[in-house]
Design a binder for this molecule. Sequence first.
Ligand code: 13P
Ligand code: ZN
Length: 290
Amino acid sequence: MDSKKQFLNPEFSPAFVDSPYVTQLCKITAGLYQHGWDERNGGNVSYRLLPEEVASYSGVHDVKRNLPIAFDASALKGQLYLVTGTGRYFKNVKDFPERDAGLVRIAEDGHSVDLLWGFNDGGQPTSEFPAHLMTHIQRQKQDANQRVVMHCHPTNLIAMSFTLPLESKLFSRLLWKMQAESVVVFPEGIGVIPYMTPGTNEIGQATAEAMADYRLVLWPQHGIFGAGDSMDETFGLIETAEKAALIYSTIQAQGGKFVNEITDQNLKDLCARFDITPNQDFIDGDSLIK
Ligand code: 13P
Ligand code: ZN
């Protein structure tokens, strides 16, 4: 058989579980667990795949189940999402990807998804799937290459949400000033929404609204949502913000008094050097040195 026929013959198609997409999901969920940001079933990831990216794999061509979703996702009809399951432990995804994750296609009417692969013990997408899909809708308006939404529970960012006023400008400037890389990685800042009940359409709507202006949205007393073009980019956003929050926590443990700081002018110089436009509403403000 020539190689083209072999490629088209399902007997010779590689299994989707061996695709780079599932491999990336396994690596990223294991990495999030290793960081201590996804205890038990904490956290969830969704990854938009293009039909041509999955077409050559076996095991993804028929509908295994149809699962209802509780809001109108028709803006995403026909799109494919590799998504982690509700109640699944990130420490386990790498060993049981076909059980703890699934590939779903948004149905035509937008009120259900067709399961094409995975969740093989009867599982379902994450309880935060509405917030993920609402975020995908919003971010695709800003960026045609939008692919990944990632939610996790990073310790220091959550801790800051207990001790500081819940204001986007205040959080953005503090995180920018904790290390030189922050303003370069997230020049728009970070959005902060009020505390809301997880797993609801309401928190999804508030998150998606904030995602019009930010790729990082803090869920106070809970965790963070990140969005981006790739797994690495989205993970990198979250780990940069969390590293800044760790530095802030360490400063507080050292007594919390600022003697030196990255000034507003330092931030502007960084942006000029890396040809970046920071959020103009946030770039000027109070010094950390009192
Ligand atoms: P799921 O197990 O439904 O993904 O929920 C975890 C979580 O972090 C909720 O915010
Ligand atoms: Zn959570």
